[in-house]
Design a protein around this ligand. Structure first.
Ligand SMILES: C[S@@+](CC[C@H](N)C(=O)[O-])C[C@H]1O[C@@H](n2cnc3c(N)ncnc32)[C@H](O)[C@@H]1O
Length: 526
């Protein structure tokens, strides 16, 4: 069975198992499965926190039929080396074991809270049982409190629900640097028994993000609790964490970065005043210098194909790789060979003899330029130059945007291109150069290039309508200044959620600063 077929069977199986048990039995074991769309959204939102390496070992400590197993296999694909699924209920265990038998998934019929790890994991992803403390027998509660104390040095209240014990006990299963992702009730954020969880998240691990779903959005109709998702790393505590809120994990209604010292463990999370302080509005121009591609004056003369260059034996020092216009560029991800030449586009070269004297040029180049003297040299742009064959100078840019396009009304009307090659571009593109802070991030962590590219492609069509110009027939043009005005709060949000880099607003100036832990801060607009 394919993964899609397996997921279809799983959903049917889940319904059958739920229907076969009465609600009281389900409550005793907290058997409320994660809807597949929510599991997928959670796992997708986890991607930016994960290192790009493959060989991921995943633990699902309360697996049920495996809605997170399915979401992980769908989203991480080949990167998953194994999933270990623990499940206490025999029916769910048997169903899961059979269902996932042909995948790298091992089901174990154990109680997570009394099992010792025999191996450590890179990712723990869980929707643990929500069993209230009244549902836990006195002796079990005492054992759970004892285990939590010896693992974390935290005294947990007898009023804490089982999900709290689950999360705190998960740390011993995690490799150093491993990621924990927990879909849990949001109650711990505001009640006294939640102090143990607040303490754990501020002192035992590095809290990355907490997303609280809208209280009207009861995802688990049968469990009737409002939920949150917590991301943390098995690492020393950081200084701040992101708090988001709303129906969507990808596009929250509000986002705030709150320092842990401001949070405290005795108070409600987030403190009331913090939730009113949204992230500053940021524009594309806060992250990128945007320049139009070059106007050659005559593309048919100055831009040559690889075969023309070879036939004319033009010297490589006067040639720069240049991308075809958007119409002929069939990919949005330009790959590069080891010399920086595009791999998956037609190879074109710009003849660039800027600042040279004609008589000093190699004869092949000189002969070619002679051919253009009567035609190209007389064209308006060329005629206005000191040397008619001089060209504007541009460095290759990692991101490009087509200057105009027609959208479908939902997606961006223009194309964002990820350019791994050293090719520059003509003025049918806008070139996006990351500013100092983002540039450092992308240079030191190039794996983030594709994340940033995806975030650019997520800018909704209405933003382009707001800042750009729309012509008859839905044609939309974006000038560099208009592109710079696009709202990029989601990029800021993503940066805030990556572990080592934080954008923060400098209190005194209101300026955006990129803070890289253990280094000095760099201004976003430098
Ligand atoms: C809230 S459900 C989540 C199931 C699944 N992870 C999902 O997201 O759909 C919790 C699951 O944990 C199982 N469970 C309850 N107590 C457990 C324990 N002590 N150890 C392992 N699994 C347990 C329940 O049988 C149930 O299948």
């Amino acid at each position: 069975m394919t993964l899609t077929e397996t997921e279809e069977v799983r959903e049917r199986l889940q319904e059958e198992l739920d229907a076969s048990k009465n609600i009281d039995t389900r409550r005793l074991l907290g058997q409320f499965a994660t809807p597949p769309t929510l599991a997928n959204e959670i796992v997708e939102t986890t991607l930016p926190f994960l290192s790009p390496e493959s060989g991921l070992k995943i633990l699902e400590p309360s697996a049920g039929t495996g809605s997170f197993i399915s979401a992980c296999l769908q989203n991480f694909g080949e990167r998953v080396s194994s999933v270990t699924a623990l499940e206490f209920d025999r029916d769910f265990f048997k169903a899961g074991k059979r269902l996932w038998a042909s995948f790298p998934v091992e089901y174990r019929n154990v109680d997570f809270t009394t099992t010792e790890p025999d191996v450590l994991f890179d990712l723990v992803v869980a929707n643990p049982p929500y069993v209230r403390h009244h549902g836990l027998e006195t002796e079990r509660k005492r054992q759970l409190q004892q285990s939590v104390l010896s693992e974390t040095r935290i005294t947990i209240s007898g009023l804490a629900g089982l999900y709290c014990h689950f999360m705190l006990l998960s740390l011993k299963w995690m490799k150093p640097g491993a990621l924990g992702v927990w879909l849990i009730p949001a109650e711990w954020m505001s009640v006294n028994y939640g102090e143990a969880v607040r303490s754990f998240l501020s002192r035992n691990v590095r809290l990355l993000r907490i997303h609280r779903f809208d209280s009207h959005d009861v995802r688990f109709s049968d469990a009737l609790v409002s939920s949150c998702v917590v991301w943390f790393r098995n690492d020393s505590p950081g200084e701040s964490a992101a708090f988001t809120h709303g129906m969507s994990l990808r596009r929250p209604d509000s986002s705030t970065i709150i320092s842990l010292s401001h949070l405290g463990i005795k108070n409600k999370w987030p403190p009331p005043e913090a939730s009113d302080r949204p992230l500053p509005k940021v524009r594309l121009k806060d992250f990128f210098t945007i320049r139009r591609g070059i106007a050659t004056g005559d593309n048919t003369f100055f831009v040559l194909s690889e075969s023309e260059v070879e036939a004319r034996q033009l010297a490589p020092e006067f040639l720069k790789p240049i991308l075809p216009s958007p119409r002929y560029l069939k990919t949005d991800h330009v790959l590069s060979d080891d010399q920086g030449l595009p791999l998956n586009t037609p190879r074109l070269f710009l003849l660039d003899c800027t600042g040279q004297k004609l008589e000093t040029l190699p004869s092949e180049v000189r002969d070619y330029l002679h051919e253009g003297e009567k035609t190209t040299a007389a064209k308006k742009l060329c005629a206005a130059r000191k040397n008619w064959f001089d060209q504007e100078q541009r460095l290759p840019a990692p991101f490009l945007c087509s200057y105009m396009g027609r959208g479908n009304g939902v997606d961006a009307p223009v194309r964002f291109i990820l350019n791994e090659s050293k090719a520059i571009a003509t003025n049918s593109f806008l070139m996006l150069y990351p500013k100092a802070s983002l540039r450092v991030l992308l240079q030191t962590h190039p794996e983030n290039l594709s994340h940033v590219w995806n975030l650019l492609r997520e800018i909704p069509a209405e933003e382009f309508r707001r800042t750009g110009r729309c012509y008859g027939g839905g044609l939309q043009k974006m000038e560099p200044r208009e592109l710079g005005e696009l709202d990029c709060s989601h990029l800021l949000e993503w940066l805030n959620h990556t572990t080592d880099f934080r954008y923060a607003e400098e209190a005194a100036t209101g300026q955006l600063l990129l803070v890289m832990e253990n280094t000095e801060t760099i201004s976003a607009s430098s």
